[in-house]
Design a protein around this ligand. Structure first.
Ligand SMILES: [Zn+2]
Length: 262
């Protein structure tokens, strides 16, 4: 089977993708930062990614848990900027396309590496935020929690938000490097059970998310504008690689499917 799906020369990839969607009954999406770049959120490893910006400090440190505990102000400087960006963004065509696929019963779940909530904003319901999200914050000492609204007030009024009960540092429920990802078992189950796995906007570099496609038993369609690391992909599963703009590609796909949204 290897490569049979991959080496179709110059054919209409959108048409093939649409045909696979029509045949599938249990679609799952794994999405990464590239899914949100068209919405205006910088990714990490792309040409304009956060890792290429001059921050004066190694940008990997933003989500490094040891560095956060040592100096949380660096993370919060970045986080405030990120939260401001979120106020002005909207889900892209591709986000809405996958929300529509869930609504019509084809898509069973989304596993996302993103913390931008764009899938939920687009109307998706079953979203596994494996790197956590911005909905909840907690005190790293006494575990007191704050919801999104409450934590926003603290984030924008203090350089480093502190717990009013014990003075501990408040941390958003985002998974940092060196911390366990969330919803891993549920995500693995989704991938094992699906008959078509989309991997969209992920460079498949960060594990364990990058290891999830290995569990797939159906077909895999990878859509990413940039390079994708292929070393973790299963060799025995037909895999289609599409290197195109994500939104343009799914517009072309939907031309053949005709889902009504927007
Ligand atoms: Zn506390």
């Amino acid at each position: 089977m290897e490569g049979c799906f991959e080496k179709i020369p110059n054919c209409n990839l959108a048409q093939i993708c649409a045909d696979e969607i029509k045949k599938a009954n249990n679609i799952v999406l794994l999405s990464g930062a590239g899914m949100s770049t068209n919405a205006g959120i910088p990714d990490f490893r792309g040409p304009n990614g956060i890792y290429r910006r001059q921050l004066g400090v190694n940008p990997e440190r933003i989500f490094d848990i040891d560095y956060f505990l040592e100096d949380p102000s660096f993370f919060y400087k970045f986080h405030r900027e990120f939260l401001q960006t979120l106020k002005n963004i909207k889900p892209t065509y591709a986000h809405k396309f996958f929300a529509a696929l869930e609504k019509n019963g084809k898509l069973k779940g989304i596993i996302t590496q993103n913390i931008d909530s764009l899938h939920q904003m687009a109307g998706s319901k079953n979203v596994m935020e494996i790197h956590g999200g911005i909905w909840k914050s907690f005190c790293i000492d006494c575990n007191k929690t704050w919801d999104y609204e409450e934590s926003m007030k603290l984030v924008f009024s203090q350089e480093v938000p502190r717990c009013d009960r014990c003075g501990g540092i408040i941390k958003p429920d985002i998974v940092f490097f060196g911390e366990m990802v969330k919803h891993l078992e549920e995500s693995q189950k989704l991938v094992k059970e699906c008959d078509l796995l989309f991997v969209v906007g992920s460079s498949l570099v960060v594990t364990p998310a990058a290891l999830l496609p290995r569990l797939a038993r159906g077909k895999i369609i990878i859509v990413n504008k940039g390079e994708t690391n292929k070393s973790y992909l299963p060799s025995n599963i037909p895999t289609l690689h599409v290197e195109q703009d994500i939104d343009e590609f799914f517009k072309a796909v939907n031309y053949h499917i005709g889902l009504d949204f927007e």
